[in-house]
Structure formats: C-alpha cells, structure tokens
Design a protein around this ligand. Structure first.
Ligand code: MTE
Length: 316
C-alpha cells in the first residue's frame, strides 16, 4: 500500500484488509505491466475492467497547467465508489464482476423527446473525444485524468428540455447483489446527484465513457459517468442509469448525509474550508508536496460567470 495516500483527510477512516491488498496486486499483475500506448477504443460496446492490451502509459503528457497525467494504475486503484466499499484500494477488486452490459440510460422528465438510450447508441451516435481534466476530491487529493466521452449538452439538446426544466437529476444503478456497499444504512441509496441546467449545459460537463483511451473501468464508473471538473469529485456520479430534467433542486446523496459539510453546488473553493479541514491546498496523487487549490479547480475562466451575483461562501 502506498503510505502517501494515508495522510489526506478521508471521510470514514478505513484500513485496507491484507486480502484486498493482495488481490489488488494480483489484479495489477494480471493486467500486465508492459509499456505501450493505447488506441482510442471508446467505441467498444462493452466496458472492460482492465485494458485490452498493455497498461496505457502517459508518455510525458500533461494538462494545460503542466500537471503530469496520473498513471493508469493510480487512477484505477485509488477510487471512491461507496456502493462497493469505502476502502479506496478495495473498489478495484470488488468491482471486477460488476455487470455493465446490457446497459441503458433513461433520459426523461421535463423534456419534449424522452428517450431510453442503449450504451451502444451513446457510444456510436455521440462523437467521443478526449478531455484532460483535473479531478479534485473533497478529501483534498487530486488527479489528472484523460477521459473520453461526449458533452452532456449534446445529449440534452437531443431530448429538448422544456422551458420548465431548471435542474438535472442523475441516478446510479442500484444492484445490491453486485454492490456490497449498498448494505450500509448510513446513506440514502441510490446515489443521486444534481446540476443546475446551465451547469449541465456547460461545455466542460462530460458524460465519460472511458479513460486513457480504454473503455471505462468498472471502478471508475463503467460504462458511463458524469464528470464535472470544476466541482468536488463527488458531483461526478458514476454508472448512471437515469437522467431526469426537473423544476426543483434535487436532493443529492452527500447533501442528504451531511448538509453542513456537502452543499448542492460544491464548486471547488480554496477560500471555504470544509468544516473538518482546509480546502486551500491539495495532494496530487503520486506527488509528495502539496499543490495550491485553484478557484473552480482552475476552470474559473469557463464557469465563474455561472455564479455571478451568488455568495459562494453561503451557497457552497
Ligand atoms: N458515484 C457513485 N455512484 N458512488 C460514489 O461513491 N464517489 C464520488 C464520485 N462518484 C462516488 C461516485 C467521489 S467522492 C469521487 S472523489 C469520485 O467519484 C471518484 O472518482 P474516481 O474513483 O473515478 O477517481
């Protein structure tokens, strides 16, 4: 286990049992350690938990701020996915058997053209592009991840939200037989999230179907998840099956669990500490020294205007 991960504040504290650590090592070994670059494979109909070829390498690539890509290994072995477990290293081994095919996403509510999409339609009919985004977790760690996917806006335009639609509500699949974490009575399952319609329509907001040019690994939210790079990572809901257009601010799992700690907006804001820790800096996974956290996670130019006139210390 990499001890550097343990110095960041975590939600419930957790220790990885040795059995899980060992199976993680087996998983890495099984996936193969040879270097090589991957071709874009986002059109593969079924999501794979491990790369089809050699583990993809970053080859020195960085985000627009010069931050090196996190390794494929880090991105796929240090996860938050509470439906499986609260152990970050435990998600990868526990999610390997998760069924991601067949998969449908129902888009409904205040729209003119509600539609249930098969994952194959979404992969085929929407142009999959690569987006390099920083993921800044509320626990004050971050990663640079090369996602593949398409804009949520392109999907929403197709279903035509009505003029009454003000917010978008997302829901993760709920499969108690495959997701042992759903036994926890502490959270109000299924995992739900929400965005204001203009946030959902912003060009940064992605429906991600893969990373590092490979289909989305199960532990990262296969086969399709939301990625909202200027908000804390918990807004980026995984393995979605429902997208509902509504006229009210939807409840969200974290806001329900602890409204004082997790607001609806959850924009990355270095000036507003979490009640239990500072948000002024972050640990980039794989690095020893901390980085300064940027307003809106470094995407202020693209999104700060969405919040003109709002007091972001109050509406957090
Ligand atoms: N989505 C679901 N359904 N369940 C979760 O537990 N965790 C969130 C978010 N999406 C979570 C989720 C949190 S807290 C973070 S930081 C990111 O996923 C982590 O994404 P990653 O594991 O791909 O890095």
């Amino acid at each position: 286990m990499n001890n550097q991960y343990k110095s960041v504040p975590v939600l419930p504290s957790e220790i990885t049992p040795k059995s899980l650590y060992l199976s993680r090592r087996d998983f890495i070994k099984a996936a193969g350690l040879a270097a090589g670059s991957a071709l874009l494979a986002a059109c593969a109909p079924q999501a794979a938990a491990t790369p089809s070829g050699p583990i993809p390498q970053a080859n020195g690539r960085t985000d627009e701020l010069g931050g090196p890509f996190n390794t494929y290994e880090d991105i796929t072995n240090y996860n938050n996915y509470y439906e499986f477990t609260t152990s970050k290293e435990g998600v990868a081994p526990l999610s390997q058997g998760f069924t991601t095919s067949p998969w449908t996403v129902e888009v409904y509510g205040l729209v003119n053209k509600p539609k249930t999409y098969g994952i194959e339609d979404l992969l085929r009919n929407f142009t999959q592009e690569e987006r390099i985004y920083r993921l800044r977790c509320v626990e004050a760690w971050s990663m640079v991840i090369p996602w593949t996917g398409f804009t949520l806006a392109s999907l929403l335009k197709e279903v035509e939200p009505t003029s009454d639609a003000k917010f978008v509500r997302f829901e993760t699949v709920s499969r108690p037989d495959e997701m042992p974490g759903l036994k926890s009575a502490f959270y109000s399952w299924p995992y739900q999230e929400g965005l204001r319609l203009d946030e959902a329509m912003n060009d940064l907001t992605l429906l991600a179907t893969g990373l590092y040019g490979e289909p989305m690994p199960n532990q990262n939210g296969a086969p399709i998840r939301v990625v909202v790079p200027w908000k804390y990572g918990f807004k980026s809901i995984k393995s979605i099956v429902k997208i509902e257009l509504v006229d009210y601010q939807p409840s969200t799992l974290w806001n329900d669990a602890n409204p004082r700690e997790y607001g609806f907006y959850s924009n990355v804001n270095p000036e507003r500490p979490h009640p239990r820790w500072s948000q002024a800096s972050e640990r980039r996974i794989g690095e020893l020294s901390r980085r300064e956290t940027l307003p809106f996670n470094g995407y202020a130019e693209q999104v700060a205007h969405l919040y003109d006139g709002m007091d972001l210390m109050v509406e957090y």
